[in-house]
Structure formats: C-alpha cells, structure tokens
Design a protein around this ligand. Structure first.
Ligand SMILES: [Fe+2]
Ligand SMILES: [Fe+2]
Length: 163
C-alpha cells in the first residue's frame, strides 16, 4: 500500500468538515427555536443560511478534486452538538439558557475555524488556489459568526443570565 500523503489527509479532512457542516445544518434550526433572545435567534437563523452556502462551497472543492462529495463521521462535532443538546434539555426555561446556547455555538465555530484554517493552508500547499479561496471565504464567515456571538455574549445574553 502506498504511503499516505498530504492530499489524502486533505481529502479526509474535507470529508470530516462536510459531515460536520451537514450536522450543523440540522442543529441550527433547533438552536434558533430554543433561543429566547431575539438577537440570538436571528443570529442562528442567519448562520443557517450561511451554512447552506458553505456546504455548496465544499461541494465545489470536491469537484475541483474530482471526487464525489461524501462525508466521514466526525466524532468531534457529534460531541460538541450533543453538549449543546444537553444545555437545551437541562437549562430549558431558565434565564441561563441563552448563555449556554451561545457558548455551545461558539464551540462549534471554533471547531470549524480550526478545520477551515488547516484546510485552507493545505490547499495552498497543494497548489489548489481556487480551493484555498473557497475555504478562506468560509473561514471568514465562521470568524465573523464567532465575533458576533462574542459581542452578543457580553451584551444581552450575559445580562439576562445574571438578572
Ligand atoms: Fe460552517
Ligand atoms: Fe459556523
């Protein structure tokens, strides 16, 4: 068997984030429904729309590689989303629910930022400029989402939780 190379790692990691994004796509409407703060609800809804575009970008990267768009089970995202679900169950009806949801959402964004940062770098190293551009566009969306969640956390949500 041939030794595995960076392009194998790139494809495997692409499948990992493709799987993760599709799980996130399913989780975001539930998080939006659970959130009580209108800003947080709107934020989750907006990121759901963005995530649809991110899935399409990943499909384009698979196309560039000439590979079928296929996911590979990502235990990390399943764990992070499971923790989010626990918050929804355990803090339902409490003033701390939004703070918990927000923290769970930031854990998701940080996972994505880590993956897209890596994939973008590897795409560049492998000479795939167009793929790097697509991955960078999503990386920037994830960073922006993380920033707006941080801003929301210090304003509305934490105040509500402390009240
Ligand atoms: Fe995403
Ligand atoms: Fe995201």
């Amino acid at each position: 068997m041939a030794e595995k190379q960076l392009d194998d790692l790139f494809l495997d990691t692409l499948k990992d984030i493709y799987y993760a994004e599709r799980q996130i796509l399913k989780a975001l409407p539930k998080m939006a429904k659970a959130a009580t703060s209108p800003e947080l609800k709107a934020g989750f809804e907006q990121h759901h729309t963005e995530t649809e575009g991110q899935v399409e970008r990943l499909q384009q990267v698979f196309e560039i590689l000439g590979k079928p768009a296929r996911g590979k089970t990502c235990d990390a995202i399943l764990g992070i989303l499971e923790e989010g679900k626990e918050i929804m169950d355990e803090y339902k009806g409490t003033s701390a629910l939004d703070a918990g949801l927000l923290a769970a959402a930031q854990a998701v964004e940080h996972y994505e930022i880590s993956r897209y940062g890596t994939l973008k770098t590897w795409a560049s190293e492998l000479g795939m400029k167009d793929a790097a551009k697509l991955l960078d566009a999503t990386l920037n969306e994830e960073k922006k989402t993380d920033d707006s969640l941080s801003k929301l956390a210090v304003s509305a949500v934490n105040l509500a939780a402390a009240a």
